[in-house]
Design a protein around this ligand. Structure first.
Ligand SMILES: NC(=O)C1=CN([C@@H]2O[C@H](COP(=O)(O)OP(=O)(O)OC[C@H]3O[C@@H](n4cnc5c(N)ncnc54)[C@H](OP(=O)(O)O)[C@@H]3O)[C@@H](O)[C@H]2O)C=CC1
Ligand SMILES: O=C1O[C@H](COP(=O)(O)O)[C@@H](O)[C@H](O)[C@H]1O
Length: 484
């Protein structure tokens, strides 16, 4: 159907405060907002964090009369040095020149170590000065610490923040910590990291970022599944033979071999990004869109995944990976993996469609029970086969209307942190359940007991992976590509 027909998506209004997709509980707060990027001299900060902040600034989500941005790291830099480093990664264009320079003026740099008080005391002083200058009329102290740092320093940095840089309680507001993946290397190390951070901050203050949860279509998955009647009776084991969640990149580790070799493709992509997608594909309908209700359902999915057997895994390593001087010659680290998860999917509910014929075949579905998206009056789902004019097959779906400018995943997620919405962040028990799935396999790979098969760069990966999928019941529908 998708191959031969035309798909229309009826666009629904998407209000500025995003009330369609959320419970609208997070009332936007005003007052002074300080965003502190720790590890400001690094790769993630310049490529992702500062550009995301710039785009939020341009779209009016960060007001210059409220926000100030601080970079912090050990490298000695002046404010202007940091601004010059960032400038090249911001969008270019004559029409943006003023915005770029206004944005850069919001940034101040503080240099200091990650484990000694002095730097953090200086940072606190700089933030407080900003809060005093911006709070002459209305007080608030909102502090967002973005840890664009290697996870090895998270515990000490969190200690320093807790000791020296918390928001000023007399002004109100909050302190939130955003942490980047990888959250540990296995179950034990992830739990240890969670405990160390958890001793200092409460779970509602911790935002474990997984940028796949910020992607437009990933965010749309729950709306598509639960706001469209025709998916409800179909989305179950009786109707779905299998689900493939595929990640492919057409480039190698390119200069990141040193990092990558310590982790491998399962820790880098599958245990986090793809498991999060699996959760959204497989979870039951949450009671509401409250972050905790959604995350409760995701945890149930992870806990239902049956332990992975050897015969359900194919690992690969592309030829040429070990040419990177930072990769050991005997590395067995997988750069490719196919893993079959067996998920004990529960039976779904049955539903019936209504047929209504005019000059076309139009199948209209009943309203979705439990209108958690508050969109009933937008109309029902329809499946339409138009006989004339202009033959077409199309579906009317309810979906969030993609904004004209689709924000980058990092923009959405930083904005969610400011709003205090944890829906699209990984909760501690979710993280634990995700590591439980992969830790036994990862330990065997680390100990060299599970070998990565060589495959040619530019190919589909090891042929054994296709064979595994066929054995698991996947039927090729578009003619099998030849594996070179
Ligand atoms: N880069 C990317 O595209 C992505 C990164 N991430 C994650 O984001 C985090 C930051 O990544 P990235 O910016 O690439 O990392 P970097 O290696 O660039 O490190 C960031 C900064 O941290 C400081 N630093 C580096 N190594 C150490 C160390 N051993 N001890 C103390 N400080 C150190 C350095 O600053 P200074 O010396 O000035 O203090 C450096 O500029 C990591 O957790 C990474 O896994 C996640 C997804 C994508
Ligand atoms: O987290 C990571 O993601 C990127 C891929 O992200 P995408 O948004 O470009 O799909 C991946 O290249 C990197 O290895 C990994 O650390």
């Amino acid at each position: 159907m998708a191959a031969s027909g035309e798909w229309h998506c009826e666009k629904r209004p998407f209000s500025k405060n995003e009330s369609f997709a959320r419970d609208n509980e997070n009332v936007p707060e005003t007052g002074c907002l300080s965003i502190i990027v720790l590890g400001a001299s690094g790769d993630l900060a310049k490529k992702k964090t500062f550009p995301a902040l710039f785009n939020l600034y341009r779209q009016g989500f960060l007001q210059s009369n409220e926000v100030h941005i601080f970079g912090y790291s050990r490298t000695k830099l002046s404010d202007d040095d940091l601004r010059d480093r960032i400038r090249g990664y911001l969008p270019q264009g004559k029409e943006l020149t003023n915005d770029v320079s206004d944005f850069l003026q919001l940034i101040k740099y503080v240099s200091g170590s990650y484990d000694a008080p002095e730097g953090f005391q200086e940072l606190d002083k700089a933030i407080s000065e900003h809060e005093i200058s911006k709070n002459s009329t209305e007080g608030s102290s909102r502090r967002l610490f973005y840890l664009a740092l290697p996870p090895s320093v998270y515990p000490q940095v969190c200690k320093m923040i807790k000791s020296y840089c918390m928001n000023k309680s007399d002004l109100g507001g909050w302190t939130r910590i955003v942490v980047e993946k990888p959250f540990g290397k296995d179950l034990a190390s992830a739990e240890e990291l969670s405990s160390q951070i958890g001793e200092l901050f409460d779970e509602p203050q911790i935002y474990r970022i997984d940028h796949y949860l910020g992607k437009e279509l990933v965010q749309n998955l729950l709306v598509l599944r639960f706001a469209n009647r025709f998916f409800l009776p179909l989305w179950n084991r009786d109707n779905i033979a299998n689900v493939q969640i595929v990640f492919r990149e057409d480039f190698g580790t390119e200069g990141r071999g040193g990092y990558f070799d310590q982790y491998g493709i399962i820790r880098d992509i599958i245990q986090n990004h793809l498991l999060q997608v699996l959760c959204l594909v497989a979870m039951e309908k949450p009671v509401s869109l409250k972050p905790e209700h959604i995350r409760d359902e995701k945890v149930k999915v992870l806990q239902s995944v049956v332990p992975i057997k050897d015969e359900e895994v194919v690992l690969g390593q592309y030829q040429g990976y070990k040419d990177d001087p930072t990769v050991p010659n005997d590395s067995n680290t997988p750069t490719f993996a196919t893993v079959i998860y067996v998920y004990t999917m529960k039976d779904g509910k049955a539903g019936k469609a209504l047929n209504s014929r005019k000059a076309e075949i139009r199948v209209q579905f009943k309203d979705v029970p439990g209108d958690i998206f508050k969109c009933q009056k937008q109309g029902r789902n329809e499946f339409v086969i138009r006989l004339q004019p202009s033959e077409a097959i199309y579906m009317k779906l309810t979906a969030t209307l993609p904004r004209v400018v689709i924000p980058e995943a990092y923009e959405r997620l930083i904005l969610d942190t400011i709003k205090g919405d944890q829906q699209h962040f990984v909760r501690r028990d979710e993280l634990k359940a995700a590591w439980e799935i992969f830790t036994p396999l990862l330990h065997r790979i680390d100990q060299g007991e599970f070998k990565s098969l060589p495959y040619k760069p530019g190919s589909r990966g090891p042929v054994e992976a296709d064979e595994l999928l066929e054995r698991a019941g996947y039927v090729q529908t578009h003619g099998k590509e030849k594996n070179p």
